[in-house]
Design a protein around this ligand. Sequence first.
Ligand SMILES: [Zn+2]
Ligand SMILES: [Zn+2]
Length: 268
Amino acid sequence: MLNGFYESTDGYGRISVKSNYHTHNYLCGHAGGTVCDYVKKAVEFGLETLGVSDHCASPLGTVEPYITPKTMDRLYLPQFDEARKIYGERIRILSAVEIEYFSGHDEYYSELLKKLDYLVLGQHEYILKGARRNSFCDGLSEADVVAYFYCAIEGLRSGKFALFAHPDLIFYRKPKITLGMAEAFDRAIRAAVENNVAVELNANGIRNHGFRYPTDMLIELCKKYDAKVVVSSDCHSPDEFIDENLLRLYAYAQNNKLNITDELNLKN
Ligand SMILES: [Zn+2]
Ligand SMILES: [Zn+2]
């Protein structure tokens, strides 16, 4: 493995991995590794850019540990300083978090952007009729799916985000797709394109979630709108970083002739 080019063993052909914008950190409570651990792997793999984007508490708070405004300064950001000191000459290291968007709290996101290079929109939760709902558990009805995409579209239009993570997460429980769901999904990908937010194909949907995402619908919408696509590892351990799942996903994106990019529209 040299300079991010891989000759695959499974006939995927030559795959170039130059960047990765979605990795995690021990602070979220369900991942392992420090920023340095991920950067070390990225340097070994010959990446030019690594973004670390651990989960962050949303403005509505969170029940999981996640990064909070308190741990951000004390425990998260210093990890980037340390990594840049050691590896900064060899790789571009970007700081980020993955977070839900809830409207009416834009100041919260602006404050994060003062400290970080970019934000990843990961809509693991959304609001339906005033109540918080969970994308992994609640996405079976049309009202839920439409509400999920409604929250995501507001986030995409907010100007705060550079990457739309696993856009089809809401189909996790494989609901029967209705016309209303499909239309909402279409509007979301169109909103990403119109607002210059890259659309993610996420290898964790293969690695840990049994091929639940990306869906065929997402691939078709990316083609329809010629969306800028970022292929992400979303690994929760440095040892899973560039694995067979990520390579398969790259090959899949390439075979579908998607518009893969290595550059995000960073906000800073
Ligand atoms: Zn996670
Ligand atoms: Zn996520």
